[in-house]
Ligand binder design. Structure first.
Ligand code: ADE
Length: 232
């Protein structure tokens, strides 16, 4: 039976979804609270992972091992790396890459995970399609694009780092969890998609923009997730 694991790094990324769901059980593992129940008549487990790639990967593995989720969605906010993605817009992942992985000294491509033969972790085609279609229905005034999520344990807030990620990884948005969730999902053969609403431009304006726009952006992403899960 279908059961969707929904991960957000911060309270503001999952609170709206938790409020809407019917909770049947709350389980604590690895200092994270997993809310089991239904949302829009769909079985879900909703959890705040905490920030960064290690928290997010642990969280994804627990969802898979303990809760036996069939799909994973990562919802949240991100900095834009694409001039066509403005604050408030939504990016649906085609794939995700670790922009802070660098073992080039031993001949690997920048970003390639050594001995895995893989640099980009592809999101599930059906989940991408459902997310894109649903977004146009429920958020008709918001621009939605599909593209690459670039993740690292860094908040990107300067032009040089932004440019580096664009040039080397062709990322469309920068955040701090997606690739590790994608990585865990890939290793376990679980379909995933990352939904991120843009809170800032990942440059010198990010320090000001992020606190101003994070709440509204997180809501856009959560709204899409709530409406797409019944169609998976
Ligand atoms: N999440 C939201 N904005 C971000 C940024 N600029 N860098 C990393 N993670 C983010």
């Amino acid at each position: 039976m279908k059961k969707i694991g929904i991960i957000g790094a911060m309270d503001l990324e999952v609170d709206a979804l938790k409020k809407e769901m019917q909770v049947s059980n709350i389980v604590k593992r690895a200092s994270m609270e997993f809310y089991e129940g239904t949302l829009n008549d769909t079985n879900v487990v909703i959890v705040k992972s905490g920030i960064g790639k290690v928290n997010a990967a642990l969280c994804a593995q627990i969802l898979i091992d303990i809760f036996e989720v069939t799909h994973i969605i990562n919802t949240g906010v991100a900095g834009s790396l694409n001039a066509d993605l403005d604050i408030g817009d939504i990016l649906v992942s085609t794939d995700a890459v670790h922009h802070d992985m660098n073992v080039t000294i031993f001949g690997y491509q920048l970003g390639e995970v050594p001995q895995m033969g893989l640099r980009e972790f592809p999101a599930d085609a059906h989940m991408i399609e459902v997310a894109m279609e649903t977004c146009k229905e429920v958020n008709p005034d918001i621009t939605v694009r599909s593209g690459r999520v670039a993740s690292g344990d860094q908040f990107i807030s300067d032009k040089a780092t932004k440019q580096f990620i664009i040039e080397n990884f062709k990322g469309d948005c920068a955040e701090m969890e997606g690739a590790s969730i994608a990585h865990a999902a890939y290793l376990n053969g679980i379909p995933f998609v990352i939904i991120r609403a843009i809170s800032d431009k990942a440059d010198d304006s990010a320090e000001m923009d992020y606190p101003t726009f994070e709440k509204a952006a997180a809501k856009h992403s959560a709204k899409l997730v709530a409406h797409m899960i019944c169609k998976l």
